[in-house]
Ligand binder design. Sequence first.
Ligand code: ADP
Length: 354
Amino acid sequence: MSDKPEKFIDENGLRLDGRQIDEIRQMKIKIGVLSRADGSCYLEWGNNKVLVAVYGPRELHPRRLQKADSALIRYRYNMAAFSVEDRIRPGPSRRSIEISKVSREAFEPVVMTHLYPGAVIDVFAEVLQADAGTRTAAINAASLALADAGIPMKGLVAACAVGKVDGQLVLDLNKAEDNYGQADFPVAITQDGEITLLQMDGDLTQEEFKKALEMCKEGCRQIMEMQKEALRSKFADDLLAVQVPDEAAESIDVAATLEDVVEEDIIEEDVGAEEVSEEPSEETSEDDLAISEDAEIELAEDELVAEELDESDADEKIPDVEVEFVDLLDEEADEEADDEDKEVASEGSETREQ
Ligand code: ADP
């Protein structure tokens, strides 16, 4: 471990790595890097390098672990043996079990698990290179990997930490600031501003606590912008691959287009009155409405793709997705149940320990 620096902030108010006290490290994001995962993201943040893979929703085995009314989220945070200067002993540690637990809880309020009873959503966060802030880096990447997997969420989750060095609060600690600083305060926030992770190591006064939280919120706001931009550039590429005709591309307004398609769809296919009614019936809960809106958007997106493709082509592609999912739930899972039983039984005991 490197020696403790004499000063963390110089006379110009700059930190050892040249950053302002409220400046986050440079972030690079790549979504969809693993072909076998349902969703994935590689993220570099300063000298941190993390890779997250998401699998699911898929049927949970053994079945006794299934939740009748929702999907189970499993989150595994792991540091590669070579991720720090000294080799890390492979396998779960107290620290990695704790981080896995709090990270899973950071996502539980946003992932719409009630849509997949009996299923499991697995999130594997692998830290390839660590330089402080790995739990927050993994959460930022996991949020995008979940979105990449097409898992319905109420919004993204962004995370960053504030710490204290030389008696001053600093945003997004680097390793020296984390190791020798007076506090470490990681926070995760949803798109709606709900705090889903808040930990504190060290000492902060009440005033510092409030200020630290404000700094974290601002850091998370900036990160969420980067996350959205990464999603836009990933899925804009996919949209371009659909080859929108030139005249349509000139005035492309995705939101408006989706709305139009929903309307057309309603008129043309004479969808049942309860599905198209804008007035909620007395029995219709807010959740039901949210789900039916999501279903309409999904339907509209499918229709948008189908319109741009040759009809026969579209007919082949869209049902494939459903078949694949049904297979996964009903047949493939049964065939592989024995293997998975063994594998998940050991992971299950790990989950229960958490
Ligand atoms: P976070 O990475 O979320 O900030 P910690 O505050 O626990 O989590 O760790 C800070 C940093 O200390 C890590 O990013 C990593 O660089 C280093 N570190 C953590 N655990 C170990 C370990 N077992 N061996 C060596 N370095 C470690």
